[in-house]
Design a protein around this ligand. Structure first.
Ligand SMILES: Cc1cc2nc3c(=O)[nH]c(=O)nc-3n(C[C@H](O)[C@H](O)[C@H](O)COP(=O)(O)O)c2cc1C
Length: 358
């Protein structure tokens, strides 16, 4: 299957514009969801040793699909059959948005990377709410944890941003197993300023007052923050009982690319791997492992996933690796994690969290 993807399907998809290819895959998965049974048999790895419990949620394996792949919950019902242990939809804003002008996703195949400047194109919270209601009523809502990633509208002033997050949060509250405050996308002007202490404290307080700390709430951070900025966020997380940190979003840096790709946007994939791992290491080390971490950035193999887990991530997510390697990547990561765990003498994946970060 890996060979078929690399030689045939990937060549076909990579001959298209990157966003057309993405839409093609989403349409295919949505239309042919009856293949789900077939996918399930092929891709799902069932093994108790991969099971993770975190903040009252049960994950059959630690590998999730990162935000941005299924922004408007179009294929939420099919994604579990591709072997993921959890799914994050979004980023969702209160109103529908078209995002930036196309083209706005660029492949950098030499470096196994993507650059995107989509700008939160999504169908908006009301349309997503309807879809989620239908999935529930048709008993098609995933049985694995579903995270809902929230953002602010492009034209919403920073001072009013809290209302946007509250709007999405309240509307979609019944459906999410966890929620994510996305303050780290580089493609919505000024959004990342919400990572500043004052804005973030206000935002978190507002959400927690509606939440009563019942549903897990995560903050997704940028890899371009300085360590003192990350420390300030950690403080807010601890003080206001935020459930954890998702590290990281895409980077505005072009480090790790072999030549300068002059496209604006967030860089993801292999060039991001090390930076994201360093941030995970820092958060785990400075909190003594008390703050749960979802590690994301440049995971292309079981070894990459294991690195993030052993540095302190409780769970991991993939996006760009999935684009380059295809759906067998998730199965390969899960099978590889079992092998790596066995080699190191661990009986459960939860035992490896943070072991290389003492
Ligand atoms: C095309 C694309 C769209 C994305 N959209 C979102 C988004 O809407 N919200 C978000 O929080 N992250 C978004 N991301 C970031 C990913 O969730 C992830 O944090 C990042 O790509 C690093 O992981 P990776 O190297 O495995 O891709 C997007 C990434 C890509 C490549």
């Amino acid at each position: 299957m890996d060979m078929i993807y690399r030689n045939l399907i990937r060549s076909l998809l990579f001959s298209m514009d990157a966003e057309d290819a993405h839409n093609f895959v989403i349409n295919f998965l949505g239309k042919y969801s009856f293949f789900a049974h077939l996918f399930q048999h092929r891709f799902v790895v069932k093994d108790e040793r991969l099971h993770v419990t975190l903040q009252g949620m049960d994950f059959p394996n630690p590998v999730g699909i990162a935000a941005g792949f299924d922004k408007s919950a179009d294929v939420l019902h099919v994604l579990p059959s591709l072997g993921f242990g959890f799914i994050e939809i979004g980023t969702i804003t209160p109103l529908e948005q078209v995002g930036n002008p196309r083209p706005r996703i660029f492949r950098v195949p030499e470096d196994f990377a993507l650059i995107n400047r989509l700008g939160f194109n999504n169908q908006g919270a009301i349309a997503v709410q309807r879809k989620l209601e239908r999935l529930v009523s048709e008993n098609e809502f995933p049985k694995i944890p579903v995270g809902i990633n929230m953002g602010k509208g492009r034209n919403t002033a920073l001072e009013d941003a809290t209302n946007d997050y509250l709007n999405v949060f309240e509307r979609l509250y019944p459906f999410g197993n966890y929620f994510v405050v996305n303050v780290s996308s580089p493609n919505t002007p000024n959004l990342r300023e919400l990572q500043n202490r004052e804005f973030l404290t206000e935002l978190v307080l507002a959400l927690q007052s509606k939440n009563q700390e019942v549903k897990p709430l995560f903050i997704k951070i940028a890899p371009d923050l300085t360590l003192p900025q990350i420390d300030a966020i950690i403080q807010i997380v601890i003080e206001h009982k935020v459930s954890g940190i998702i590290a990281t979003n895409t980077t505005i840096s072009r480090d790790g690319l072999r030549w300068d790709v002059r496209q604006e946007g967030g860089l993801s994939g292999k060039p991001l791997r090390k930076k994201a791992s360093e941030i995970i290491r820092h958060i785990y080390r400075s909190t003594g492992g008390r703050v749960p971490i979802i590690g994301v950035g440049g995971i292309f193999s079981a070894e990459d996933a294991y690195e993030k887990l052993t540095l302190g991530a409780n769970l991991v997510q993939v996006y760009t690796g999935f684009v380059y390697e295809g759906s067998s990547l998730i199965k390969n990561i899960n099978l590889g994690l079992l092998r790596l765990m066995e080699n190191d003498g661990f009986k459960n994946i939860q035992e490896v969290i943070g072991i290389k970060n003492g």
